[in-house]
Design a protein around this ligand. Structure first.
Ligand SMILES: Nc1ncnc2c1ncn2[C@@H]1O[C@H](COP(=O)(O)OP(=O)(O)O)[C@@H](O)[C@H]1O
Ligand SMILES: [Mg+2]
Length: 356
């Protein structure tokens, strides 16, 4: 592993912002730290950068224990949400700044700035000031300032949080392309699951200072290891209830659901998640009533372009289904059957763990 975190913790007063984290990040991996606000993502990133000292544990980069090294001796760079460009300096000066701090010769500074200007498509903007740039251009300059020192790894802390959705999605593609071209690890902090899913090789889900799971992005999305991840990643319908010999009785809506018998004793509490896109819709009566077929009424239809999001009334609760527009459309007021396959449910015990 290129970057190793070995038992890393950070205490502030009586809270553990980072709590016994062990992680290994590969030579050219894109890894996201995904978690809600306050879960410890920034603290963990700052510990890797050397901006924060861990209370316990070690950080290794490229085989070297850097735990006691200052940031500028670690060979990693960091990009922040607020861009932190100097407003009274030109793009060129902003990009050259980290190199001047390293006291590099003028010719080398010029060569390296020209290199980042090239890869980040900033040609022609060198003499502008930050307030004369679009949000995307400012973001690219901030990225360029991280890359200009040719770091061994780039750490990014919510760099797209201030951009609108369309620009954010463009930048996601761009950032991933740069990471692949450079072949260095990027560690990307975000609370936004779409960003983490769009770019990452692997995602570490962070919760209360701990890594809840660290796995390939498809695995995080398709087979969440815990109820917390199922809740946090993707959009799902959640059922809670008690298991009996015949399945699960959902406590909030009285639905009887067929669940795999695996691992959970009759009488125990369980949680079940079904992703919105896994809920099939058929006109009421069109399919024989089977296991996990729920009679609903369409309350509302939200068009999302290629998809339609349906809000369904089921007894006294709502269900959410997301269906491709290529399928039959339903209108508000229509009676539908919402159904799902056993393979598409994620079942957890009362503690939010998968039954073994
Ligand atoms: N310098 C600090 N002093 C005291 N508490 C801090 C400090 N930095 C972070 N924390 C606390 O540590 C926890 C994790 O914060 P942070 O790493 O910023 O989370 P995130 O980036 O996931 O939002 C929060 O409870 C936060 O209030
Ligand atoms: Mg943060």
């Amino acid at each position: 592993m290129y970057i190793t975190l070995d038992g890393v913790s950070r205490q502030y007063g009586d809270i553990w912002a980072v709590d016994r984290v062990n992680m290994g990040i590969g030579q050219s991996e894109f890894v996201s730290l995904l978690g809600p606000s306050g879960s410890g993502k920034t603290t963990l990133l700052r510990i890797i950068a050397g901006l924060e000292k861990p209370t316990t544990g070690r950080v290794l980069i490229d085989g070297v224990d850097v735990t006691d090294l200052p940031p500028h001796r670690r060979g990693v760079a960091m990009v922040f949400q607020e861009f932190l460009l100097f407003p009274h300096r030109t793009v060129y000066e902003n990009l050259a700044f980290p190199l001047r701090m390293l006291k590099l010769p003028k010719a080398e500074i010029e060569e390296r700035v020209a290199w980042v200007v090239g890869i980040l498509s900033l040609a022609g903007l060198e003499k502008r000031y930050p307030n004369q740039l679009s949000g995307g251009q400012q973001q690219r300059v901030a990225l360029g300032r991280g890359l200009v020192g040719r770091p061994k790894a780039l750490l990014l802390d919510e760099p797209l949080a201030n951009l609108d959705r369309e620009l954010r999605q463009e930048m996601e593609v761009e950032i991933r392309r740069h990471q692949i071209a450079l072949g260095i690890p990027f560690i990307y902090v975000t609370h936004n699951q779409e960003e983490a899913l769009s770019m990452s090789d692997r995602i570490a889900v962070v919760r209360r200072g701990r890594i809840e799971d660290f796995a390939p992005r498809t695995q995080i999305y398709d087979t969440p290891r815990t109820a917390f991840i199922a809740q946090f990643v993707g959009r799902s319908n959640r059922f809670e209830g008690t298991l009996d010999g015949a399945g699960m009785l959902a406590s909030d809506c009285g639905a009887r659901l067929a669940v795999p018998a695996a691992g959970l004793a009759a009488g125990s509490r369980a949680m079940l998640f079904v992703k919105n896109e896994k809920l099939r819709l058929d006109p009421a009566g069109a399919t024989p009533a089977g296991a996990n077929s729920l009679a609903c009424t369409v309350k509302d239809v939200i068009l999302r372009g290629a998809y339609a999001d349906y809000i369904l009334a089921f007894g006294n609760r709502e269900l959410n289904a997301s269906r491709p527009r290529s399928e039959r459309a339903f209108l508000a007021g229509e009676a539908v059957t919402a159904s799902f396959d056993a393979a598409d449910m994620d079942l957890f015990d009362a503690d939010g763990e998968r039954p073994s």
